[in-house]
Design a protein. Structure first.
Length: 403
């Protein structure tokens, strides 16, 4: 299909957000001799870091190269079909001797930094807690599965804090790289970046179709089949370890809207979570949703955005809308862990940092994004009782449960 790329009326794309962050810094602090001197003096091994997940399990991870042969790819040309990279995160039985996965593949990371103007960070890419190819921790029951959809112009790793947290507590999490609106790297080394010409299949409905295809691949893995188009080896224990009867989905920004679209369209998704999704549906919103759905709002609130309010009115099952005071659009993601470190490297003032990530305390923001999605999926995929979603919590004073 031919479509225009989704950019909200507030311009909330990853490239715009980071470009604005860079513009907020005095030029000399980035490109001038002072920054060059500081960068040269810094230890070469110094990397940005991500919070350690709080769950009891070490993590494994593996990439999948997927092709949806039901959707021709007109951009790639005749004979080509929708091509995606996906990454599976899971609790591991043993991680010794397995390499640690980077936040992004190196080629994609370099392209991402160059595009947003942060190439000075090229040697400082964070590492994750995931170990590539580690064997899966098997128990008596299959792992519940959650799929993740990134935002416009973003990438799979952008919400690694949440992904790792869920996996460390016993979930399999599958992150999707939405081709033509992301930075990703294919097994042959080809690096893909977002297209800017307005002709790519990058509407929320396109993202939702990707999610539904990935659910098909989850079912294949659960049935003992390898969906990787190159038939690359999978970690020991992955085949047959997933439970397709306990599927959830979440996404940020446009990915949150896509999660809503996919949950409305596909009953396999038992519970959906939107992280500040604009809910600008294309095609338009129709029908009601009787399965659990949670909205974590920041910039796109029901009070200010008719689309978010309209979506809320179509929720007929369990529903919850929370908002953290001081949260910005990027606050429910890795930015809250990474940008304070970037601010120190670049010499940003506290005000400059707040212009990028909001006024919500970064440590509190990280704890919120670790606790609330886990509580939501535990409640609705595992049927575990907990009090966090029932009302205000003294542990999270910034969070309000909206009526």
């Amino acid at each position: 299909m031919t479509a225009t790329p989704f950019i909200s009326r507030k311009g909330m794309t990853r490239r715009r957000i980071l470009g604005a962050a860079l513009a907020a810094v005095p030029l000399a602090a980035v490109a001038g001799p002072a920054w060059a001197d500081r960068a040269a003096a810094a230890p070469a091994a110094t990397r940005l870091t991500l919070p350690v997940p709080t769950g009891p399990h070490p993590l494994g991870t593996v990439q999948l190269h997927l092709v949806d042969r039901s959707r021709p790819d007109d951009i790639a040309g005749p004979g080509h079909f929708r091509e995606l990279m996906a990454t599976v995160w899971y609790p591991a039985r043993d991680v010794e001797g397995y390499p640690v996965a980077p936040w992004m593949p190196d080629g994609a990371f370099q392209a991402f930094l160059a595009d947003v103007g942060f190439s000075a960070l090229a040697s400082r890419g964070p590492l994750t807690a995931g170990h590539v190819g580690a064997p899966v921790r098997r128990s008596g029951r299959g792992l519940p599965v959650v799929v993740f959809s990134h935002g416009a112009g973003s990438h799979q790793g952008d919400h690694t804090v949440m992904v790792q947290e869920l996996a460390s507590h016993g979930y399999a999490v599958v992150t999707v790289a939405h081709q033509y609106d992301t930075y990703t790297e294919f097994p042959n080394g080809r690096v893909a970046v977002p297209l800017r010409d307005g002709q790519a299949p990058t509407l929320p409905g396109d993202f939702a179709a990707d999610l539904r295809f990935v659910l098909d691949c989850v079912e294949q893995l659960a049935a003992g089949c390898n969906p990787d188009v190159d038939q690359r080896g999978l970690p020991a224990g992955l085949l047959g370890s997933l439970d397709p009867r306990r599927l959830g989905a979440f996404g940020w920004s446009k990915g949150g809207t896509a999660t809503a679209c996919a949950t409305l369209a596909d009953e396999r998704i038992r519970a959906g979570l939107s992280l500040d999704g604009p809910m600008q549906m294309n095609p338009p919103l129709t029908g009601d949703l009787d399965r659990p759905f949670m909205m974590m709002s920041a910039a796109f609130t029901r009070a200010t955005d008719p689309e978010a309010a309209a979506f809320w009115s179509h929720l007929r099952g369990w529903r919850l809308n929370i908002q953290a005071e001081g949260a910005d659009h990027v606050s429910y993601g890795d930015n809250e862990a990474l940008f304070p470190q970037v601010a120190k490297l670049f010499g940003w003032s506290a005000q400059k940092l707040q212009e990028v990530i909001g006024t919500l305390d970064p440590d509190q923001a990280v704890k919120i994004q670790q606790a609330y999605p886990l509580a939501f999926f535990d409640k609705h995929l595992r049927h575990r009782r907990g009090e966090l979603l029932d009302g205000p919590s003294p542990a999270f004073p910034a969070v309000t449960l909206l009526p």
